[in-house]
Design a protein around this ligand. Structure first.
Ligand SMILES: Cc1cc2nc3c(=O)[nH]c(=O)nc-3n(C[C@H](O)[C@H](O)[C@H](O)COP(=O)(O)O)c2cc1C
Length: 196
């Protein structure tokens, strides 16, 4: 990591101090000191339900409130980390609503959201109660395919196990993976049907 990176951690749990955030903070501790980090908890900055105006009128750039805060933070980030617990095998509703707003930003005149995000990196961190990590495949696919659609790089998903807050700190394998997670290569994301 040579150039200055700016990491945005988007917290999508419906409770504070949960396993997902704990795991993400362990991974973030390993980032070089010059890397900027910003944490935004979607539960504390709730986004309004996404309203799909793409095909009747244009979305206008928000200037205040949670949407403007999230948009500005997203555009400022070189790296967006989706920190979402596994809810019903995919991302949480808070997280999903944030991603839905990306669809509006793609259609907001003057933002050039897709061109701006292309080449940046999407990462995921999740915690799940299930012992078998492959049940999180829908979440991994959601993030991989979204990154591919956006022309972004994808660093993969750091998974940890836990049910009640703090459980993930007993998942020693997850804590070990957290130590090197952000040091890994993040190739340009590809849809599953595209040749590697
Ligand atoms: C609405 C909801 C849905 C959940 N769905 C799943 C699931 O599909 N699979 C799973 O393994 N755990 C599921 N869980 C358990 C959470 O993933 C687990 O408690 C996790 O540690 C929560 O992360 P947090 O502490 O960061 O909030 C669910 C929990 C809630 C509240």
């Amino acid at each position: 990591m040579t150039m200055t990176r700016r990491f945005l951690f988007v917290l999508g749990s419906s409770r504070p101090d949960g396993n997902t955030e704990l795991l993400a903070r362990r991974a973030a501790e390993q980032l070089p000191p010059q890397v900027e980090r910003r944490w935004i908890d979607l539960a504390r900055h709730p986004l309004p339900d996404f309203e799909d105006l793409r095909h009747d009128s244009d979305h206008v750039r928000p200037t205040e409130g949670a949407v403007a805060r999230l948009l500005d933070a997203t555009l400022a980030a070189t790296d967006v980390v989706i920190v979402s617990p596994l809810y019903w095998y995919s991302v949480s509703a808070h997280t999903k609503r944030y991603l839905d707003h990306w669809a509006g930003w793609l259609r907001t005149p003057g933002l050039d959201f897709k061109a701006n995000m292309a080449g940046r990196t999407l990462w995921g961190v999740t915690a799940l109660a299930h012992e078998e990590p492959e049940v999180a495949d829908p979440l991994v696919g959601t993030l991989n395919n979204s990154a591919a659609y956006m022309g972004m790089r994808f660093g993969g998903v750091l998974l940890g196990n836990g049910s009640k807050p703090g459980d993930v700190l007993k998942d020693t394998e997850a804590l070990a993976r957290a130590k090197t997670f952000f040091a890994r290569e993040a190739p340009l994301a590809r849809f599953p049907y595209e040749a590697r």
